[in-house]
Write a protein that binds this ligand. Structure first.
Ligand code: BTN
Length: 265
């Protein structure tokens, strides 16, 4: 009998009690990328809160044009459509609130203390357990369609990661010692994200910035951020009021970066 993904979607939706997220939940066996499919739905005026989950992705995308390894039965690959009415300068808050929500779920379920790496990788023991890819698709006045794509390594054992990822990746199962129910993780993630999103819409980004800061060990460290061909080096100080990373350079000048690739040193 074929596996019943519709019933998984119904289980996730049952008593979800979210205000924004989960207006529709689609669970599909295999697609190229959940972010791509949510974007297509957004073009066709999908409602805020649409969630698309895939058992596997053939073209899972990471940041900086990278590939996101997305085999079946182990990971979580999902994307969520939000349509906030926002000042465009505040769109980076959506990425931060996705990171804050994902790390809260990961900490709760793994009983570990994960660490946010700017802009939005989640690491446990310095290895990546979760990646986020947020993309803005459409604009109507101040209404944006933002796609939050989340990939979580849940039940992989080390041997299941491709050779080039073995040193850099981990899973909830590896750190926890036993397999984890992916539907439980998905439900917890959607509930947390809905709560953080409501808080953000009601009160602005202060609480997101505070929570982000208390889930990272980045501040005070010397880092380099690569933005295209430019590399900025300095000490990571904090996130500014718009959620951008503040780097104090050797000349004492503070440089603010909204995106880029960070490395220590
Ligand atoms: C990264 O760390 O570079 C971001 C990885 C994001 C992967 C997720 S999996 C679900 C969604 N669909 C995609 O194609 N990418 C994101």
């Amino acid at each position: 009998m074929p596996y019943d993904y519709e019933s998984d979607a119904a289980n996730i939706k049952e008593n979800l009690n979210c205000v924004h997220i989960g207006s529709e939940i689609l669970f599909l066996p295999e697609i190229d990328s959940t972010n791509n499919l949510v974007k297509e739905h957004a073009k066709n005026n999908a409602q805020e809160g649409l969630v698309i989950i895939a058992e596997s992705q053939t073209g899972g995308r990471g940041r900086m044009g990278r590939f996101w390894h997305s085999p079946p039965e182990t990971g979580i690959y999902l994307s969520i459509l939000l349509k906030p009415n926002l000042n465009p300068n505040h769109l980076s808050f959506i990425t931060l609130l996705a990171g804050v929500s994902a790390i809260s779920t990961i900490n709760e379920i793994s009983h570990q203390r994960a660490n946010l790496k700017w802009p939005n990788d989640i690491l446990i023991n310095d290895k990546k357990v979760c990646g986020l890819l947020c993309e803005v698709t459409q604009e109507q006045g101040n209404f944006f369609s933002v796609v939050i794509g989340i990939g979580i390594n849940v039940n992989q054992v080390l041997e299941q990661f491709p050779e080039d990822l073995k040193k850099m990746a981990t899973s909830l199962r590896i750190v926890n010692g036993s397999p984890i129910n992916r539907l439980t993780v998905i439900r917890s993630l959607l509930i947390t994200l809905d709560r953080e999103y409501r808080l953000f819409l009601a009160e602005g980004g202060h609480s997101v910035i505070k929570k982000w800061g208390s889930n990272t060990d980045l501040f005070g460290k010397r880092v380099s951020v690569k933005r295209g061909s430019v590399i900025i080096t300095g000490t990571a100080i904090n996130l500014d009021e718009s959620g951008r990373l503040v780097l104090r350079q050797d000349n004492g000048h503070d440089e603010v970066v909204a995106s880029g690739e960070i490395s220590l040193g």
